[in-house]
Write a new protein. Structure first.
Lengths: 175, 166
């Protein structure tokens, strides 16, 4: 039952009729407001949070470690990427994918990547803090797959999954 | 007739989505009820015990030595493991038995924790797969609700302390 209240109505009803109706009028107004607030809070907030955690969210790329694919303009313009959680819900990634990881903390020339782990590198060698520093990463830390650049509009594109030719695979599990 | 059924279906789907999202947020940011299986935490937690886990501490880096945590398994990201935190980053962990003559230690690297089950004879833990990243921890178990004979807060480790403070 909708009715437009304005402050005049509220003061008039609460002061003049509250004694007669036992405060029912002003209580009705407050109760309706609380009900609408609770409905909004308990429905909209969980749905939005679940969407951002499980489906997709947006992030700004900082730094030069992924040049030239991301942030080619350096500090002038930061790319904004779509982080796609839905695509990694079963932890399926391919070689060449650009991924984001939950934060954390080789000496050998050749490294065997253990089962359940992935090896990640920034495209810009020498300027990247990646598996070359902290080793292979557990798949459980996989956060999302960055699939698109959304901003600036002239850089609007789908990010291709490509393995750089100079980063050769010595031997893969499938062979 | 059809409009009534369609309307009811949409309402049902809507409620399911709402409650699903509330459940996700509740477990992710507050806590939830968990059933544990396996013998690796005996006698503290037996097979098929039901416990209550809180997921607030991990966001504030409030996990401490001696806490029992649920974490994603490092070898299989779809399954969870339930172990006790023996060491935090920078701790020196004894990897040989205390009775051995030649002792060997390992330092837990930054951003990692060392987990061990209470049932040392029958537990696959950090002694097997090494320290695991802090980011894999999902929650902290602090209360048992089933079986009722064991209702209450969880006991300390029966194995004493196996690390030396630096």
């Amino acid at each position: 039952m909708a009715r437009d209240f304005c402050w005049r109505d509220f003061y008039f009803s609460s002061s003049l009729f509250s004694e007669l109706t036992g405060m029912a009028q002003s209580q009705g107004w407050v109760k309706r407001y609380l009900k609408a607030f609770c409905k909004g809070f308990f429905v909209a907030v969980p749905v939005a949070v679940t969407f951002l955690d499980r489906v997709a969210c947006v992030a700004r790329v900082e730094g030069a470690s992924m040049q030239p694919s991301l942030n080619p303009g350096g500090s002038q313009s930061s790319d904004v990427v779509l982080l796609n959680h839905w695509k990694v819900r079963n932890f399926e990634v391919q070689r060449g994918d650009i991924v984001s990881l939950v934060t954390m903390g080789h000496k050998n020339r050749y490294v065997k990547v253990p089962r359940g782990h992935i090896w990640v590198e920034g495209d810009h060698h020498g300027h990247s803090f990646d598996s070359n520093s902290f080793g292979p990463v557990s798949l459980g830390l996989l956060h999302a797959h960055a699939t698109h650049i959304l901003w600036p509009p002239e850089r609007w594109q789908k990010l291709e999954s490509v393995l750089p030719p100079e980063r050769i695979l010595v031997k893969s599990e499938e062979e | 007739m059809l409009r009534g059924v369609l309307g009811k279906t949409f309402r049902l789907v809507g409620y399911t989505i709402q409650y699903g999202c509330i459940a996700h947020c509740a477990f992710e940011y507050v806590g939830g009820v968990v059933m544990c299986s396996g013998p690796s935490m005996e006698p503290t937690i037996q097979n098929s015990d039901i416990v209550f886990a809180e997921n607030v501490s991990r966001h504030f880096y409030g996990i401490q030595r001696g806490d029992i945590v649920i974490a994603k398994s490092p070898s299989d990201p779809k399954s969870n493991i339930c172990k006790r935190v023996i060491g935090l980053e920078g701790d020196k962990i004894l990897t040989t038995s205390p009775s051995d003559f030649f002792k060997s230690h390992i330092y837990v690297p930054t951003g990692h924790v060392w987990l061990e089950g209470d049932n040392l004879q029958n537990s696959t833990d950090s002694r097997y797969y090494g320290p695991i990243p802090y980011g894999l921890i999902r929650g902290r178990i602090f209360f048992k609700i089933w079986p009722l004979s064991d209702f209450g807060f969880l006991r300390d480790s029966p194995n004493g302390h196996r690390f030396s403070d630096n």
